[in-house]
Design a protein around this ligand. Structure first.
Ligand code: NAP
Length: 306
């Protein structure tokens, strides 16, 4: 594939930036990739992995870049953008990969110079691991990336950014920020909160010893623990910044939970059966859309059940 940007700068060098660097190299999408991470330790790892040209400051990393992608936690976008704004090349594009979109726009847009394009984006791909060592070139393959153009975004630059994400393996959709934040509250943010809660509850139960929780985890609990092992800083920022949408979905979740609780108490088997039939169909839809494996227990071999 042809080079889309002569110089791409990645600010923050964790799972997402590391995977972007590898995916861009795989397809030859960038002439030069530069980068910056806050800690000397992360910068040293990025150099050891030869991820990109690593700089000692964010302003050095973005100098002359045609595309700058902010790959830091949502709560850090404001200060990072304030720092790099004055160093950006006229005509450059600033994008980001933050998991929440309206809050990132509110934090970043005020620091974007007049002659710089700002086009937010969010790749719906990740793992529970963090840091540059956890990155891999295939992370975005056949996953969705949501691009969130601003009302005055330059169409040619939006299309170039879309081609970059497609070149890294993604399918691309466009959404407005409020819709993105609601969709992600349903598909990602609230499920993470539920997983965090379930793992916390198991940890609190004094009648179930730690060793029993671990020994019998394949009965279902194990899948919650994978999600609940996700980065605490990232997820703190998600809930602090996507507050309204997650509270709305949590409200609905609580109502449904109470309805299921009542069905259990009153012995309403029809309600439970109808509910579980509906949810099973959703799983089938995800498999048919190619977004997960059909192999039993995610292909890990037979799981303990019940
Ligand atoms: P990560 O692996 O933890 O990497 C975060 C990077 O940001 C690190 O290089 C870190 O530097 C840097 N950083 C952290 N706080 C900073 C600060 N205050 N100022 C400057 N740099 C800072 O995180 P990630 O998973 O790549 O996530 C990055 C972004 O992608 C987040 O906005 C997240 O919402 C979004 N995202 C994540 C996923 C996912 O599943 N992980 C999926 C889609 C989108 P040090 O290492 O030096 O501390």
């Amino acid at each position: 594939m042809a080079v889309l940007y002569d110089r791409v700068a990645l600010i923050g060098l964790g799972l997402i930036a590391g995977s972007m660097a590898l995916a861009m190299k795989r397809a030859g999408l960038a002439g030069v990739i530069s980068g910056y991470a806050r800690s000397a330790e992360t910068r040293a790892i990025a150099r050891e992995l030869d991820l990109c040209e690593v700089h000692e400051t964010a302003t050095d990393a973005v100098r002359d870049a045609d595309l700058v992608v902010l790959c830091v936690p949502v709560g850090a976008m404001d200060s990072v953008m304030a720092e790099i704004g004055p160093a950006l090349k006229p005509g450059a594009v600033v994008s980001d990969v933050g998991s929440v979109k309206q809050a990132v726009i509110d934090a970043v847009a005020p620091h974007v110079p007049q002659n710089v394009h700002f086009i937010p984006a969010h790749p719906l791909a990740g793992t529970e691991h963090s840091g540059p060592r956890s990155g891999f070139a295939e992370l975005f393959d056949n996953r969705w990336c949501v691009v969130v153009p601003m009302p005055d975004s330059d169409r040619a630059e939006v299309d170039r950014l879309i081609r970059l994400w497609q070149g890294m393996g993604s399918n691309v959709d466009e959404m407005d920020p409020a819709h993105h934040d609601l969709v992600l509250a349903v598909t990602s943010h609230t499920p993470h909160l539920i997983a965090y809660t379930m793992v916390g509850v198991a940890d609190d139960l004094s009648r179930v010893t730690d060793s029993e929780v671990i020994k019998y985890s394949a009965a279902g609990f194990r899948d919650f623990t994978r999600i609940a092992a996700s980065d605490p800083t990232m997820w703190r920022d998600v809930f602090l910044t996507n507050k309204d949408a997650t509270l709305e979905i949590l409200g609905r979740f609580t109502e449904e939970l109470f309805a299921l609780q009542r069905a259990i108490r009153t012995g309403d088997g029809d309600h439970l059966h109808a509910y579980f039939t509906r949810t099973r169909a959703i799983r089938r839809g995800i498999i048919e859309a190619g977004q997960d494996t059909d192999a039993p227990n995610f292909g890990r071999g037979p799981a303990a059940k019940g």
